[in-house]
Design a protein around this ligand. Sequence first.
Ligand code: SOE
Length: 391
Amino acid sequence: MKKLNVGLVGAGFMGKAHSIGYSDMPKYFWPAPAVPVLKTICDIVPEIAADAKERFGFEKCCTDWRDIVNDPEIDVVSICTPNNVHAEIAIAALNAGKHVLCEKPIASTLEDAKAMAEAAKEAAQKGIIAMNAYQYRRVPAIDLAKKFIDEGSIGKILNVRCTYLQSWSADPASPLSWRFQKDIAGAGTLGDIASHVIDIAQYLAGDIEAVTGMMQTYITERPVQEGGTDLLGTVKLGADAKRKAVDVDDEDSFLVKFKSGAVGSIEATRNAWGRNNFITVELHGTLGSLYFNYERLNELQVCLAGDPDDRRGFKTIYTGPAHFHGEVTWNIPGMNIGYGELKSIESYEFIKAVVEGRQPSTSFAEGYRVERVCDAVKRSAETGRWVTVND
Ligand code: SOE
Protein backbone atom coordinates (compact mmCIF):
# COMPACT_ATOMS: atom_id res chain seq x y z
CA MET A 1 0.00 0.00 0.00
CA LYS A 2 1.18 3.52 -0.82
CA LYS A 3 2.78 5.41 2.08
CA LEU A 4 3.22 9.16 2.59
CA ASN A 5 5.81 10.53 4.99
CA VAL A 6 4.50 13.24 7.30
CA GLY A 7 6.46 16.15 8.78
CA LEU A 8 4.55 18.06 11.46
CA VAL A 9 5.53 21.51 12.70
CA GLY A 10 4.25 22.65 16.13
CA ALA A 11 3.78 20.08 18.91
CA GLY A 12 1.05 21.73 21.00
CA PHE A 13 -2.70 21.07 21.10
CA MET A 14 -3.11 21.03 17.31
CA GLY A 15 0.05 18.96 16.83
CA LYS A 16 -1.57 16.32 19.02
CA ALA A 17 -4.83 16.56 17.02
CA HIS A 18 -3.07 16.17 13.63
CA SER A 19 -0.92 13.27 14.92
CA ILE A 20 -4.02 11.41 16.11
CA GLY A 21 -5.80 12.23 12.84
CA TYR A 22 -3.01 10.72 10.73
CA SER A 23 -2.36 7.64 12.86
CA ASP A 24 -6.03 6.73 13.38
CA MET A 25 -7.18 7.47 9.81
CA PRO A 26 -6.32 4.03 8.30
CA LYS A 27 -8.05 2.30 11.25
CA TYR A 28 -11.32 3.81 9.99
CA PHE A 29 -10.64 4.21 6.26
CA TRP A 30 -9.37 0.87 5.08
CA PRO A 31 -7.96 0.36 2.57
CA ALA A 32 -6.56 3.86 3.08
CA PRO A 33 -5.82 6.01 0.01
CA ALA A 34 -2.25 6.01 1.44
CA VAL A 35 -0.90 5.24 4.89
CA PRO A 36 0.58 8.32 6.62
CA VAL A 37 3.94 7.55 8.23
CA LEU A 38 4.76 9.84 11.17
CA LYS A 39 8.33 10.70 10.18
CA THR A 40 9.42 13.97 11.84
CA ILE A 41 7.90 16.31 14.41
CA CYS A 42 9.30 19.80 14.97
CA ASP A 43 8.97 22.23 17.86
CA ILE A 44 11.24 25.18 18.62
CA VAL A 45 11.55 23.97 22.23
CA PRO A 46 13.87 20.89 22.17
CA GLU A 47 12.25 19.19 25.20
CA ILE A 48 8.74 19.60 23.73
CA ALA A 49 9.93 18.21 20.36
CA ALA A 50 11.58 15.18 22.01
CA ASP A 51 8.58 14.52 24.24
CA ALA A 52 6.15 14.79 21.29
CA LYS A 53 8.24 12.33 19.24
CA GLU A 54 7.75 9.67 21.95
CA ARG A 55 4.16 10.53 22.79
CA PHE A 56 2.77 10.76 19.25
CA GLY A 57 4.98 8.06 17.72
CA PHE A 58 7.20 9.97 15.29
CA GLU A 59 10.50 8.48 14.07
CA LYS A 60 12.51 11.71 14.52
CA CYS A 61 12.23 15.19 15.96
CA CYS A 62 13.85 18.54 15.20
CA THR A 63 13.69 22.18 16.28
CA ASP A 64 13.92 23.92 12.87
CA TRP A 65 11.03 23.52 10.44
CA ARG A 66 13.48 23.87 7.52
CA ASP A 67 14.79 20.39 8.38
CA ILE A 68 11.32 19.09 7.46
CA VAL A 69 10.76 21.27 4.40
CA ASN A 70 14.22 20.43 2.98
CA ASP A 71 14.00 16.70 3.72
CA PRO A 72 13.51 14.83 0.40
CA GLU A 73 11.89 11.97 2.33
CA ILE A 74 8.94 14.14 3.51
CA ASP A 75 5.82 14.11 1.31
CA VAL A 76 3.30 16.12 3.37
CA VAL A 77 3.72 18.92 5.92
CA SER A 78 1.22 19.73 8.66
CA ILE A 79 1.49 23.26 10.04
CA CYS A 80 0.26 23.52 13.65
CA THR A 81 2.28 26.55 14.74
CA PRO A 82 1.07 29.96 15.90
CA ASN A 83 -0.47 31.91 13.03
CA ASN A 84 2.36 34.37 12.29
CA VAL A 85 4.66 31.69 10.82
CA HIS A 86 2.06 29.81 8.73
CA ALA A 87 2.90 31.76 5.55
CA GLU A 88 6.67 31.37 5.68
CA ILE A 89 6.48 27.62 6.34
CA ALA A 90 3.60 26.89 3.95
CA ILE A 91 5.10 28.81 1.02
CA ALA A 92 8.54 27.21 1.55
CA ALA A 93 6.93 23.75 1.77
CA LEU A 94 4.82 24.25 -1.37
CA ASN A 95 7.88 25.55 -3.25
CA ALA A 96 9.77 22.44 -2.13
CA GLY A 97 7.01 20.28 -3.65
CA LYS A 98 5.40 19.19 -0.35
CA HIS A 99 1.64 18.91 0.10
CA VAL A 100 0.46 21.15 2.95
CA LEU A 101 -2.26 20.88 5.59
CA CYS A 102 -2.23 24.21 7.45
CA GLU A 103 -4.16 25.03 10.61
CA LYS A 104 -6.63 27.89 10.65
CA PRO A 105 -6.80 30.84 10.44
CA ILE A 106 -4.73 30.63 7.28
CA ALA A 107 -2.41 33.47 8.42
CA SER A 108 -2.02 36.38 10.85
CA THR A 109 -2.22 39.07 8.15
CA LEU A 110 -4.26 39.56 4.99
CA GLU A 111 -1.05 39.99 2.96
CA ASP A 112 0.28 36.62 4.15
CA ALA A 113 -3.07 34.95 3.44
CA LYS A 114 -3.02 36.34 -0.11
CA ALA A 115 0.55 35.18 -0.68
CA MET A 116 -0.40 31.70 0.54
CA ALA A 117 -3.42 31.51 -1.77
CA GLU A 118 -1.21 32.57 -4.69
CA ALA A 119 1.50 30.04 -3.79
CA ALA A 120 -1.15 27.29 -3.54
CA LYS A 121 -2.56 28.24 -6.96
CA GLU A 122 0.88 28.00 -8.53
CA ALA A 123 1.70 24.74 -6.74
CA ALA A 124 -1.63 23.25 -7.89
CA GLN A 125 -0.36 23.40 -11.47
CA LYS A 126 2.33 20.91 -10.45
CA GLY A 127 -0.19 18.66 -8.67
CA ILE A 128 0.71 19.92 -5.17
CA ILE A 129 -2.18 20.02 -2.69
CA ALA A 130 -2.84 22.72 -0.06
CA MET A 131 -5.64 22.54 2.49
CA ASN A 132 -6.70 24.82 5.35
CA ALA A 133 -7.85 22.80 8.38
CA TYR A 134 -11.41 24.05 8.95
CA GLN A 135 -12.57 20.66 10.19
CA TYR A 136 -16.04 21.61 11.42
CA ARG A 137 -17.45 21.78 7.88
CA ARG A 138 -16.84 18.00 7.89
CA VAL A 139 -19.08 17.25 10.87
CA PRO A 140 -21.58 14.70 9.45
CA ALA A 141 -24.53 16.84 10.63
CA ILE A 142 -23.12 19.86 8.74
CA ASP A 143 -22.68 17.65 5.67
CA LEU A 144 -26.32 16.60 6.04
CA ALA A 145 -27.38 20.26 6.36
CA LYS A 146 -25.57 20.94 3.08
CA LYS A 147 -27.47 18.06 1.48
CA PHE A 148 -30.84 19.48 2.64
CA ILE A 149 -29.85 22.90 1.24
CA ASP A 150 -28.47 21.62 -2.08
CA GLU A 151 -31.50 19.44 -2.81
CA GLY A 152 -33.78 22.44 -2.14
CA SER A 153 -35.58 20.93 0.87
CA ILE A 154 -35.49 24.15 2.89
CA GLY A 155 -36.03 26.40 -0.14
CA LYS A 156 -34.25 29.72 -0.55
CA ILE A 157 -32.10 30.61 2.46
CA LEU A 158 -33.36 33.78 4.16
CA ASN A 159 -31.35 33.91 7.38
CA VAL A 160 -28.17 32.34 8.80
CA ARG A 161 -27.42 32.71 12.53
CA CYS A 162 -24.12 31.40 13.82
CA THR A 163 -22.38 31.48 17.17
CA TYR A 164 -19.05 30.14 18.39
CA LEU A 165 -18.97 30.52 22.18
CA GLN A 166 -16.29 29.11 24.49
CA SER A 167 -15.40 29.71 28.13
CA TRP A 168 -11.73 28.81 28.43
CA SER A 169 -10.46 32.40 28.62
CA ALA A 170 -13.27 33.86 30.75
CA ASP A 171 -11.11 33.68 33.89
CA PRO A 172 -8.67 36.64 34.10
CA ALA A 173 -6.14 34.22 35.67
CA SER A 174 -5.98 32.23 32.40
CA PRO A 175 -2.53 32.90 30.98
CA LEU A 176 -1.63 35.19 28.14
CA SER A 177 -0.60 32.75 25.42
CA TRP A 178 0.21 33.68 21.83
CA ARG A 179 -3.55 33.65 21.17
CA PHE A 180 -3.81 37.02 23.01
CA GLN A 181 -0.97 38.74 21.14
CA LYS A 182 -1.72 40.55 17.89
CA ASP A 183 1.78 40.28 16.42
CA ILE A 184 1.59 36.47 16.68
CA ALA A 185 -2.11 35.65 16.29
CA GLY A 186 -3.19 38.56 14.07
CA ALA A 187 -6.51 38.77 15.93
CA GLY A 188 -8.11 37.19 19.00
CA THR A 189 -11.46 35.46 18.95
CA LEU A 190 -12.10 36.65 15.38
CA GLY A 191 -9.29 34.61 13.78
CA ASP A 192 -9.30 31.84 16.36
CA ILE A 193 -12.94 30.80 16.37
CA ALA A 194 -15.25 33.25 14.54
CA SER A 195 -13.29 32.15 11.46
CA HIS A 196 -14.72 28.60 11.86
CA VAL A 197 -18.32 29.77 11.66
CA ILE A 198 -17.52 32.19 8.82
CA ASP A 199 -16.19 29.14 6.95
CA ILE A 200 -19.32 27.09 7.75
CA ALA A 201 -21.68 29.97 6.88
CA GLN A 202 -19.99 30.48 3.49
CA TYR A 203 -19.90 26.71 2.87
CA LEU A 204 -23.65 26.43 3.46
CA ALA A 205 -24.99 29.77 2.21
CA GLY A 206 -22.37 31.09 -0.22
CA ASP A 207 -20.07 34.11 -0.02
CA ILE A 208 -20.62 36.85 2.56
CA GLU A 209 -20.77 40.19 0.76
CA ALA A 210 -20.81 42.76 3.58
CA VAL A 211 -20.64 43.00 7.37
CA THR A 212 -21.23 45.46 10.17
CA GLY A 213 -20.09 44.73 13.68
CA MET A 214 -18.37 45.31 16.98
CA MET A 215 -15.27 43.90 18.66
CA GLN A 216 -14.72 44.05 22.44
CA THR A 217 -11.81 43.31 24.76
CA TYR A 218 -12.91 42.64 28.35
CA ILE A 219 -9.72 41.41 29.99
CA THR A 220 -7.01 43.89 29.06
CA GLU A 221 -4.03 42.14 30.68
CA ARG A 222 -3.23 38.57 31.68
CA PRO A 223 -0.54 36.68 33.58
CA VAL A 224 2.30 35.38 31.41
CA GLN A 225 2.97 31.65 31.26
CA GLU A 226 6.69 30.81 31.17
CA GLY A 227 7.52 27.96 28.75
CA GLY A 228 5.42 24.96 27.74
CA THR A 229 2.66 24.77 25.15
CA ASP A 230 -0.61 26.74 25.11
CA LEU A 231 -2.77 24.99 27.71
CA LEU A 232 -5.94 26.83 26.67
CA GLY A 233 -7.12 28.00 30.07
CA THR A 234 -6.55 24.72 31.91
CA VAL A 235 -3.85 26.49 33.96
CA LYS A 236 -4.54 29.53 36.20
CA LEU A 237 -1.69 31.75 37.32
CA GLY A 238 -1.50 33.62 40.63
CA ALA A 239 -1.37 37.37 41.27
CA ASP A 240 2.44 37.17 41.60
CA ALA A 241 2.91 36.17 37.92
CA LYS A 242 4.34 38.72 35.48
CA ARG A 243 1.50 40.41 33.53
CA LYS A 244 1.25 41.62 29.93
CA ALA A 245 -1.29 43.60 27.93
CA VAL A 246 -3.83 41.84 25.71
CA ASP A 247 -4.10 43.62 22.35
CA VAL A 248 -6.73 41.45 20.64
CA ASP A 249 -10.50 41.01 20.75
CA ASP A 250 -12.29 38.84 23.33
CA GLU A 251 -15.67 39.07 21.62
CA ASP A 252 -17.05 39.84 18.15
CA SER A 253 -20.67 40.38 17.07
CA PHE A 254 -21.56 41.20 13.50
CA LEU A 255 -24.41 41.21 11.02
CA VAL A 256 -23.79 39.69 7.62
CA LYS A 257 -25.29 40.04 4.14
CA PHE A 258 -24.67 37.19 1.71
CA LYS A 259 -24.24 37.63 -2.06
CA SER A 260 -27.38 35.48 -2.42
CA GLY A 261 -29.46 38.12 -0.61
CA ALA A 262 -29.69 36.11 2.63
CA VAL A 263 -28.86 37.95 5.85
CA GLY A 264 -27.75 36.81 9.29
CA SER A 265 -25.51 37.26 12.29
CA ILE A 266 -22.33 35.84 13.79
CA GLU A 267 -21.28 36.06 17.44
CA ALA A 268 -18.09 34.67 18.91
CA THR A 269 -16.42 34.81 22.31
CA ARG A 270 -14.02 32.78 24.43
CA ASN A 271 -15.43 34.39 27.60
CA ALA A 272 -18.90 32.81 27.89
CA TRP A 273 -19.15 30.82 31.13
CA GLY A 274 -21.22 27.70 30.54
CA ARG A 275 -20.60 27.62 26.79
CA ASN A 276 -17.82 25.17 25.94
CA ASN A 277 -17.54 24.48 22.23
CA PHE A 278 -20.89 26.06 21.43
CA ILE A 279 -20.82 26.26 17.64
CA THR A 280 -24.39 26.82 16.51
CA VAL A 281 -25.69 27.24 12.99
CA GLU A 282 -29.36 27.99 12.38
CA LEU A 283 -30.70 28.51 8.86
CA HIS A 284 -34.19 29.61 7.98
CA GLY A 285 -35.37 29.00 4.41
CA THR A 286 -38.63 29.55 2.58
CA LEU A 287 -39.47 25.84 3.00
CA GLY A 288 -37.93 24.95 6.35
CA SER A 289 -35.22 25.46 8.97
CA LEU A 290 -32.09 23.64 10.13
CA TYR A 291 -30.31 23.85 13.49
CA PHE A 292 -26.93 22.44 14.58
CA ASN A 293 -25.05 22.71 17.89
CA TYR A 294 -21.53 21.19 18.18
CA GLU A 295 -22.14 20.39 21.84
CA ARG A 296 -24.57 17.80 20.38
CA LEU A 297 -22.54 17.17 17.26
CA ASN A 298 -24.19 13.91 16.26
CA GLU A 299 -27.55 15.61 15.77
CA LEU A 300 -29.18 17.86 13.18
CA GLN A 301 -32.56 19.44 13.84
CA VAL A 302 -34.83 19.89 10.86
CA CYS A 303 -38.23 21.60 10.52
CA LEU A 304 -40.04 21.32 7.17
CA ALA A 305 -42.81 23.76 6.25
CA GLY A 306 -44.54 21.01 4.25
CA ASP A 307 -45.38 19.00 7.38
CA PRO A 308 -49.02 19.19 8.51
CA ASP A 309 -49.76 22.19 10.77
CA ASP A 310 -50.35 20.01 13.81
CA ARG A 311 -47.07 18.02 13.31
CA ARG A 312 -44.72 20.83 12.25
CA GLY A 313 -41.71 21.44 14.46
CA PHE A 314 -38.01 20.63 14.82
CA LYS A 315 -37.23 16.91 14.56
CA THR A 316 -33.85 15.50 15.52
CA ILE A 317 -31.91 13.37 13.06
CA TYR A 318 -29.12 11.43 14.81
CA THR A 319 -26.17 11.07 12.46
CA GLY A 320 -24.58 7.63 12.19
CA PRO A 321 -23.77 4.93 9.64
CA ALA A 322 -26.09 6.49 7.02
CA HIS A 323 -24.26 9.82 7.06
CA PHE A 324 -20.91 11.33 6.01
CA HIS A 325 -18.24 8.59 6.47
CA GLY A 326 -20.52 7.00 9.09
CA GLU A 327 -20.10 3.57 7.51
CA VAL A 328 -16.38 3.57 8.37
CA THR A 329 -16.28 5.34 11.74
CA TRP A 330 -18.72 3.43 13.99
CA ASN A 331 -21.32 1.37 12.17
CA ILE A 332 -23.88 1.01 14.93
CA PRO A 333 -26.37 3.91 15.19
CA GLY A 334 -25.87 5.98 18.36
CA MET A 335 -22.17 5.12 18.86
CA ASN A 336 -21.36 8.72 17.91
CA ILE A 337 -18.16 10.44 16.93
CA GLY A 338 -16.12 13.24 18.56
CA TYR A 339 -13.24 15.63 17.90
CA GLY A 340 -10.68 12.83 17.34
CA GLU A 341 -12.74 11.15 14.62
CA LEU A 342 -13.24 14.54 12.94
CA LYS A 343 -9.46 14.93 12.69
CA SER A 344 -9.23 11.44 11.12
CA ILE A 345 -11.92 12.41 8.61
CA GLU A 346 -9.94 15.58 7.82
CA SER A 347 -6.75 13.54 7.43
CA TYR A 348 -8.58 11.14 5.07
CA GLU A 349 -9.92 14.00 2.92
CA PHE A 350 -6.44 15.54 2.73
CA ILE A 351 -4.54 12.31 1.99
CA LYS A 352 -7.16 11.24 -0.57
CA ALA A 353 -6.86 14.60 -2.33
CA VAL A 354 -3.07 14.20 -2.40
CA VAL A 355 -3.33 10.71 -3.90
CA GLU A 356 -5.93 11.80 -6.46
CA GLY A 357 -4.14 15.10 -7.27
CA ARG A 358 -7.34 17.07 -6.61
CA GLN A 359 -7.61 20.33 -4.62
CA PRO A 360 -9.60 19.74 -1.41
CA SER A 361 -11.77 22.08 0.63
CA THR A 362 -11.18 24.22 2.60
CA SER A 363 -8.68 25.37 -0.06
CA PHE A 364 -6.16 28.13 0.61
CA ALA A 365 -8.29 30.36 -1.66
CA GLU A 366 -11.30 29.74 0.62
CA GLY A 367 -9.13 30.29 3.72
CA TYR A 368 -8.04 33.62 2.22
CA ARG A 369 -11.71 34.54 1.68
CA VAL A 370 -12.43 33.86 5.38
CA GLU A 371 -9.58 36.29 6.15
CA ARG A 372 -11.15 38.93 3.89
CA VAL A 373 -14.41 38.61 5.84
CA CYS A 374 -12.44 38.98 9.11
CA ASP A 375 -10.68 42.04 7.67
CA ALA A 376 -14.07 43.57 6.79
CA VAL A 377 -15.27 42.94 10.37
CA LYS A 378 -12.18 44.75 11.73
CA ARG A 379 -12.74 47.73 9.41
CA SER A 380 -16.42 47.87 10.34
CA ALA A 381 -15.64 47.76 14.08
CA GLU A 382 -13.32 50.76 13.58
CA THR A 383 -15.74 52.84 11.52
CA GLY A 384 -19.12 51.68 12.83
CA ARG A 385 -20.28 51.22 9.20
CA TRP A 386 -21.25 48.44 6.81
CA VAL A 387 -18.10 47.25 4.99
CA THR A 388 -17.99 45.28 1.74
CA VAL A 389 -15.75 42.20 1.68
CA ASN A 390 -12.94 42.83 -0.83
CA ASP A 391 -12.97 40.48 -3.80
C1 SOE B 1 -9.13 27.60 20.99
O1 SOE B 1 -10.12 28.55 20.95
C2 SOE B 1 -9.39 26.46 20.00
O2 SOE B 1 -8.37 25.50 20.19
C3 SOE B 1 -9.33 26.92 18.54
O3 SOE B 1 -8.04 27.40 18.19
C4 SOE B 1 -9.71 25.77 17.61
O4 SOE B 1 -9.69 26.16 16.27
C5 SOE B 1 -11.11 25.30 18.03
O5 SOE B 1 -11.55 24.28 17.19
C6 SOE B 1 -11.10 24.81 19.45
O6 SOE B 1 -10.65 25.88 20.28
